[in-house]
Write a protein that binds this ligand. Structure first.
Ligand code: BDR
Ligand code: CA
Length: 310
């Protein structure tokens, strides 16, 4: 019997998305049924091109589909300062002809979800546009979704604005659909990912390994680390890899149940995730479990082990 966790990974590679994808593909505990791309760190054309580069680099055969070019109700905001003009600057990849499905992400995901003999986990490491469209267009998929695990938000603070984390800010209307879906939600956000630092010594360890995938990850991290050091980080925060680590080894994180809402119409708080912490009985039951603490050493050890397993 296959007891791996079947996932569909929706991503916007993105340096940290690429590493998260490599981890998911390498893990014996995860079965990646499909990958879908979303516009976010860069345009959809660029995030899709980057997903193709990664999947081709490791000789994957996982099917790939692309999603929407814009958030559900807004113009797209991208992050070239963090990820460069290509969305994944740094390494040079060989040309590839990795196939892209003719189905849009939501049709592709619906088909995979309904065909799966066991409920599927949806993983989102970018803006949640494709999930929002999937859940609104095809609510019947909910019956075969085990949970939605997303990278985004921060209970304590934001990163793109004081209040909002990038993935949530880009498409808060989609996040609202996800949070109100009634599905089990796992949120992994800045409260833990800013502590999940790959430091210089960790990066050199991967480079010195010498094999193609660890070297590729070191090259991705060179670019990603430079930006983060310039703004005061003591290493490269491994945002997206944290949500994959949560699926593989949940003990790395302390999860706390909260009722979460997202601000869609704030003047200074759009994209903020609000956890209801009131100490009274007015608050609704929790709709999510949120990662609030991380065992950094155990997380980094898992990341390195998976990257070196290629
Ligand atoms: C998130 O934003 C993107 O830049 C990263 O890929 C990550 O998903 C962190 O705020
Ligand atoms: Ca991402």
């Amino acid at each position: 019997m296959d007891d791996r966790i079947p996932i569909i990974m929706d991503c916007d590679p993105g340096h940290d998305d690429a590493i998260a994808l490599l981890m998911a593909l390498a893990s014996e505990k995860i079965n990646v049924l499909g990958v879908t791309t979303t516009a976010g760190n860069q345009t959809l054309a660029k995030t899709t091109a980057n997903a193709r580069k990664i999947l081709s680099f490791v000789g994957s055969h996982v099917p790939l589909a692309k999603g929407n070019e814009k958030p559900m109700a807004r113009e797209l905001e991208i992050a070239p300062a963090v990820h460069g003009a290509s969305g994944m600057d740094g390494p040079v990849f060989p040309p590839n002809d990795y196939p892209v499905s003719s189905e849009p992400a939501w049709d592709f995901s619906r088909r995979l979800i309904l065909a799966s003999p066991v409920p599927v986990t949806l993983v989102a490491t970018g803006p949640q546009t494709n999930l929002g469209i999937l859940l609104s267009k095809y609510p019947e998929v909910k019956k075969n979704i085990r949970e939605i695990a997303f990278l985004g938000g921060g209970i304590d603070h934001g990163n793109w604005t004081a209040a909002a984390e990038f993935n949530i800010l880009v498409d808060p209307e989609a996040v609202k659909i996800v949070l109100e879906s009634g599905l089990p939600i796992r949120m992994v956000g800045l409260d833990v990912t800013e502590k999940a630092l790959m430091k210089h010594a960790d990066i050199e360890e991967l480079r010195n390994d010498g094999r193609p995938v660890p070297v590729l990850v070191a090259q991705l991290l060179d670019f990603f680390l430079k930006f983060h050091e310039e703004i005061g980080f003591a290493g490269a925060p491994m945002h997206d890899p944290c949500v994959i680590a949560y699926l593989i080894d949940p003990i790395i994180f302390k999860m706390v149940p909260y009722y979460l809402q997202v601000e869609t119409r704030g003047t200074i708080t759009t994209g903020m995730i609000l956890a209801d912490k009131r100490l009274n009985n007015k608050k609704p039951s929790p709709n999510a479990e949120v990662a609030m603490e991380i065992d950094r050493d155990r997380f980094i050890a898992l990341l390195k082990k998976l990257v070196k397993s290629y």
